[in-house]
Design a binder for this molecule. Structure first.
Ligand SMILES: Nc1ncnc2c1ncn2[C@@H]1O[C@H](COP(=O)(O)OP(=O)(O)O)[C@@H](O)[C@H]1O
Ligand SMILES: [Mg+2]
Length: 293
């Protein structure tokens, strides 16, 4: 019998996250793959006292890994499980600065980005000399992001030195980055879904009330057919990062399109309803093909 497991975060109550797993389960079941959804609160994998891996996910042909716990994904893969997405791709996308670093020198246009200095002592004031370089390099307004944020929650705009100092002080002990603000893309971007090296769906997102276009912040999506250069950029980024599936955010820069972010766990519910494209079905077909054909 064909069997798959969908592993989701132990704590996640997010409606989108639960819907994603339910939709993928339905689509895999339709294709004859008996599929179980498991919350990862049972330690799917760990190292035993002899340095061996204890893998509790036995009897499955593959795992749709919808969590971002990179330790468990590492162990599961090492123990022989095929993960969608692979561990290294999940890890590369989880941290925005790591994504930019991996994609640099590959001909992928991205906004100019400086990694935030790491501070290990909350009592130390943020380095003013470092902020001089940040403002001198990027000008105002500029963008500050936590490296691990999502749904727009860790993305901020600083319009002046005081705002930069305040935000940098707040984030100094978290991994973060400073980025050129792409004014031409204010409240607007493109979300492109790439599955198995093909752009399968895309929407333009617009938010009239915020520079961030995330649907979760009331951005509105409309179906779009990205220009060939955007498709090529997204396909290339997914290939470099080793992703089976992803959602890529693309900014409209004055001089051309810029890659903003790569989401290895992009929710597809919103883009399915905006475009009418069966993203879950396409992903299930892709996984089925990889494992059984
Ligand atoms: N450098 C930037 N310039 C202008 N807008 C940006 C920039 N970076 C992000 N944004 C806007 O903020 C949104 C959220 O940023 P993103 O990096 O995708 O983080 P998240 O993981 O929270 O979605 C983007 O979809 C885009 O609309
Ligand atoms: Mg995003």
């Amino acid at each position: 019998m064909k069997r798959a497991v969908i592993l989701i975060n132990a704590y996640s109550q997010l409606k989108h996250s639960l819907n994603q797993s339910v939709r993928l389960k339905e689509e895999l079941q339709k294709r004859g793959v008996k599929t179980e959804i498991l919350h990862n609160d049972f330690f799917a994998a760990h190292t035993d006292g002899r340095g061996e891996i204890v893998n509790k996910l036995t009897g499955y042909d593959f795992c749709v890994y919808l969590d971002k716990d990179k330790y468990t994904s590492y162990l599961l893969e090492k123990a022989g499980m095929r993960l969608f997405n692979p561990h290294s791709a999940i890890e590369a996308c989880d941290d925005k600065m790591t994504t930019f670093a991996i994609l640099s020198q590959k001909g992928i246009p991205m906004p100019e980005t400086l990694p935030g200095l790491l501070c290990y002592d909350p009592e130390m004031p943020v380095k003013k000399s470092a902020l001089d370089i940040v403002e001198g390099t990027l000008g105002y307004p500029l963008v500050i992001k936590t490296c691990y944020g999502s749904l727009g929650a860790g993305v901020f705009k600083a319009d002046c030195r005081a705002a930069l100092e305040q935000k940098a002080e707040e984030l100094k002990c978290l991994p973060h980055l400073f980025q050129k603000y792409i004014a031409a893309s204010c409240g607007r971007d493109m979300r492109v879904i790439v599955i198995g090296g093909k752009c399968v769906a895309a929407m333009e997102r617009k938010n009239k009330d915020d520079f961030r276009s995330n649907i979760e912040l009331h951005g509105k999506g409309t179906k779009t057919d990205p220009p060939d250069e955007v498709k090529a950029m997204c396909i290339e980024a997914a290939k470099i990062l080793g992703l089976d599936y992803c959602g890529i955010d693309v900014l409209f820069g004055e001089g051309g399109y810029l890659l903003c972010e790569v989401n290895s766990n992009a929710f597809f519910g919103g883009i399915e309803s905006v475009t009418g494209i069966d993203v879950g079905g396409i992903y299930a077909d892709y996984m089925y093909g990889k494992i059984y054909n």
